[in-house]
Design a protein around this ligand. Sequence first.
Ligand SMILES: [Zn+2]
Length: 190
Amino acid sequence: MNHYTQKAREKGWTLQALAHRWGISDRSARKTASYPKMRDWDALAGVPSRFGLKKEAGFLFFHALFIQPSLRIHLESVARKKLEAPDAWRILRWELLSGGEELVVDGGIPRDIRWGRAKGRILFDGPLTRILVSLSDVRKEVANYEAQTGLCGGCLGAGRITDYWDITEGEVLRDCPKCKGTGNKKDGPD
Ligand SMILES: [Zn+2]
């Protein structure tokens, strides 16, 4: 990712979103990002941050859960352990409590749909269980995972994470920033 795109991302903007805002084509936005002139930097500086003031860890984590499968897997295993639920237990939904350090997690044992238009999907039609999980629980879970497997907890050893979801391309990946794409856990203390 080039420097300009990186700076835009830090304010919560993709190039496509900027192109839309500025009324230029995606192609021109990409060209601008590759060879930004001073006026392009000035324009970017004038764009308001999409994150507003809500940059707390809990808020960011809550949103990252929607796109990062690895984070959901860690959250799910914390919840499963706390509930002493079987391996088949899955997260259905989560909510961030005010204060931003705790999530209410609902889940259950889903059923596979074997026929009809929804074939291959899962359905939660049994009883649901609810559990409170804190961000520090999840941090501990990631540390445990890394100690046990030797893999990076950010990407589960894949070296790549979801960058964003594109309406036509689907999942767009990038190198995991935690392990810099190696997939291995960081040696030594953080
Ligand atoms: Zn990683």
